[in-house]
Design a binder for this molecule. Structure first.
Ligand code: NAD
Length: 306
């Protein structure tokens, strides 16, 4: 298979690195000049659970010409429309395009550029960070769940096998939207709150006020999720959030790293912002999500990011 990773930041490098150990052809696509230069000159360096350097082809998305068998989308959410526009030339009749971005609503964006038969959506709980251009730090266990927009899992059995050969622990999920909502609940409760309060996940969950905020946001996510899909298990998702908060207690979530530590725009519009949007459409009030979204927008504006 010819596999492109469209958006080769932290998570794209994890997928690129692990897939490079299989027999498949892997090509990284990215727009960050320093990252491209570093990988071309020195290879992709990975540390953490691995200690390795691999030579991988990397180019700008508009430079790719060979039609893909699979494109794995791993941009940040607001980079997705431009990426899809830039890679139109490598999407052929048989190409599958898989989104593994965090957040809600990416299938709707994909449908503007890709036919339904080619679209796959999914979610990953692997972790990845960048130490700098060309250097990914990969630590901890993870998995991927994916689903075709049209058709069943049989048609993508080869792809699942490829992910598993790379150790990426993939399964086909007939109702992946619920896993996407579960991950969105984790990100939507912890990320913006820790970002605005400038605190770790443990500090947030360790205060009465912090926990009240988390619960308020969680209830709104659940109400909107239930209006969109069946089988949302509120109790199980709450337990998942609490478990995740304990495991990552000393960590600042990725939105904090993006906005506070690195002055980068966040994915808030695809988390709490998306819940506000969907809530309005369904007649469900979402005051917690609205307020936290506006606070993150205000901080982004103060930093000149919007
Ligand atoms: P990332 O910010 O590392 O990379 C996304 C894009 O931004 C890449 O094209 C990258 O090259 C570019 N970029 C990164 N740093 C840059 C810089 N300093 N200057 C210019 N460009 C830069 O994002 P990610 O962590 O790989 O996340 C991709 C998607 O996967 C997101 O939707 C994210 O929410 C999701 N996700 C990430 C993780 C994780 O642990 N990293 C886990 C699960 C899901």
């Amino acid at each position: 298979m010819r596999v492109y990773i469209a958006g080769s930041g932290a998570m794209g490098c994890r997928f690129g690195y692990q897939l490079s150990k299989t027999k498949h052809e892997v090509i990284l696509l990215d727009n960050w000049d320093a990252h491209i230069e570093s990988i071309r000159e020195n290879g992709l360096k990975v540390t953490g659970d691995f200690d390795d350097v691999v030579q991988l082809p990397i180019m700008k998305p508009t430079e790719a010409t060979e039609v893909a068998d699979l494109i794995i989308l791993l941009t940040k959410a607001d980079q997705l429309p431009k990426m899809l526009q830039d890679i139109k030339g490598i999407i052929g009749e048989k190409t599958k395009v898989l989104s593994l971005l965090n957040g809600l609503g990416h299938a709707t964006t994909m449908r503007r550029y890709v036919p339904d038969e080619s679209i796959m959506v999914g979610v990953t709980i692997w972790l990845a960070g960048l130490k700098g251009p060309g250097h990914a730090h990969l630590q901890g266990p993870g998995s991927i769940s994916v689903q075709n927009m049209v058709g069943d899992g049989q048609s993508v059995a080869d792809m699942i096998a490829m992910f598993n050969e790379a150790g990426l622990n993939a399964t086909y999920d007939d109702h992946v939207i619920n896993a996407i909502w579960q991950k969105a609940c984790v990100n939507g409760t912890m990320n913006p709150t820790c970002t605005i309060l400038n605190c770790t996940i443990g500090e947030l969950f360790g205060t009465e006020g912090g926990l009240n905020l988390v619960q308020g946001i969680f209830k709104e996510f659940i109400a909107v999720a239930k209006s969109e899909t069946d089988g949302i298990d509120e109790e199980a998702i709450w337990k998942y959030i609490i478990d995740a908060s304990k495991k990552a207690s000393n960590h600042y979530p990725s939105m904090h790293q993006d906005l506070v530590q690195n002055g980068r725009k966040t994915e808030i519009d695809y988390l709490n912002g998306a819940v506000v949007f969907k809530g309005k459409r369904a007649g469900i009030p979402t005051p917690y999500c609205q307020m936290i979204t506006e606070m993150v927008h205000a901080k982004e504006a103060m930093l000149g990011l919007r």
